[in-house]
Design a protein around this ligand. Structure first.
Ligand code: NAD
Ligand code: ZN
Length: 348
């Protein structure tokens, strides 16, 4: 089974393959023989995979309880956290037990934050079931919830003890959600790996799914190991995201994260190419890669309307905003722009 070990303060393994859901119980039992498990999931994933996971845990001799909340970003809030704390209390979950996040990025972020905060921190296992969660949110230890003040403003860095990416679960993922992950995969290729980019641009992601997951996870692993607390190198992963987040916000979240990031990557690269900061032809390659999956590459409004939303970005440091620009496909760098010059910089 392909395994990637993440060497953060406490190292952990990420396993990638088919059928990991069925062997989850035995693997978790081997890691934490005495722990009871609280599975946290959403109602949709629960209906698809909840029973299989509970069966796997129980047949390995693990006492398991389960809590499911309504699916979707709307549940990623403090009220869900409160419901989870109540459930953990009623279920007698102690520091020697563990949580299991079964679901997409929402379940992973919420469960990770519950694990980081319940009894001041208990172990958790990630079983991501979306492409995005496998290649992005389940690696790197960022957990948290949305509040009235904004998305992901409250949370903690908290690493899982094990991540199981069962690629078989992706067979039920709707195309729209799948595309969100594809956009992030294209991002990894664009900033770090031209060969990965070319493979994705060929439109053949489903034929090479496990290979793509492995490569993306490994690229994120390397970045996170070198910058666990997101103070430098890890910012490169933000390629396409400054514009992307602003597009998401401006649309009232009608445009999904991945599609917004896709547009963000194309827009910023067209612009940096025009300014002579990126190798010619790079933007056209991004446009072709997005088109291979039916994703848009242009913001259908005025870019200057996005500036206020960009200035609210939590990645902003003082008087400048750091954009990620490509030198060429496969190589990226940080490019700080003074706040007063952002409008002209993005061509607004
Ligand atoms: N922590 C991080 O580093 C990080 C990184 C990127 C994104 N995120 C967060 O991740 C979230 C987005 O994650 P997401 O796109 O996985 O969204 P999600 O968790 O909302 O899942 C999307 C939808 O797919 C459903 N679903 C999940 N797995 C399924 C499956 N196998 N088959 C059928 N349906 C399935 C879910 O029920 C949900 O309705 C955002 O909140 C974002 O902020 C976190
Ligand atoms: Zn993203």
């Amino acid at each position: 089974m392909p395994t990637i070990t993440v060497h953060t303060a406490a190292p952990y393994d990420i396993l990638i393959g088919q059928g990991l859901l069925q062997s989850a119980g035995a693997r978790i039992r081997a890691l934490r023989p005495k722990a009871k498990a609280a599975v946290i999931t959403d109602d949709r994933v629960d209906g698809l995979y909840g029973t299989a996971l509970i069966r796997s845990l129980e047949s390995a001799g693990i006492e398991a309880v389960k809590f499911a909340f309504p699916n979707g970003e709307g549940s990623k809030n403090l009220s869900t956290m409160q419901d989870i704390y109540r459930f953990l209390n009623e279920s007698g979950i102690t520091r020697s037990d563990l949580l299991i996040a079964l679901g997409g990025g929402v379940v992973g972020d919420v469960t990770g934050f519950a694990a980081a905060s319940w009894l001041r921190g208990i172990d958790f296992v990630q079983i991501p079931t979306t492409f995005l969660a496998m290649i992005d949110s389940s690696v790197g230890g960022k957990t948290g919830v949305d509040t009235a003040e904004g998305k992901n403003l409250v949370g903690a860095f908290w690493q899982p003890v094990l991540v199981l990416c069962d690629s078989a679960t992706l067979s039920t993922l709707p195309q729209e959600n799948f595309c969100d992950g594809v956009a992030e995969a294209i991002k990894y290729g664009a900033i770090f790996d031209e060969a990965l980019f070319d493979l994705l641009a060929s439109g053949a992601v489903k034929e090479h799914l496990e290979q793509v997951i492995r490569r993306c996870v490994d690229l994120k692993r390397e970045t996170v190991e070198r910058d666990e607390r997101d103070t430098g190198l890890r910012q490169l992963l933000n390629f396409g995201h400054t514009l992307g987040h602003a597009i998401e916000r401006q649309s009232g979240y009608a445009v999904s994260h991945g599609r917004a990031v896709g547009i963000g990557m194309a827009e910023i690269t067209r612009r940096s190419e025009a300014l002579g900061l990126t190798a010619p032809g790079s933007a056209a390659k991004i446009e072709r890669a997005l088109a291979a999956y039916g994703m848009a590459d242009r913001y259908d409004g005025n870019l200057c309307d996005l500036v206020p939303a960009m200035l609210g970005d939590k990645k902003r440091h003082g008087a400048s905003l750091t954009f990620i620009l490509l030198d060429k496909i496969g190589r990226a760098r940080l490019h700080p722009v003074p706040v007063s010059e952002i409008g002209p910089f993005i061509g607004a």
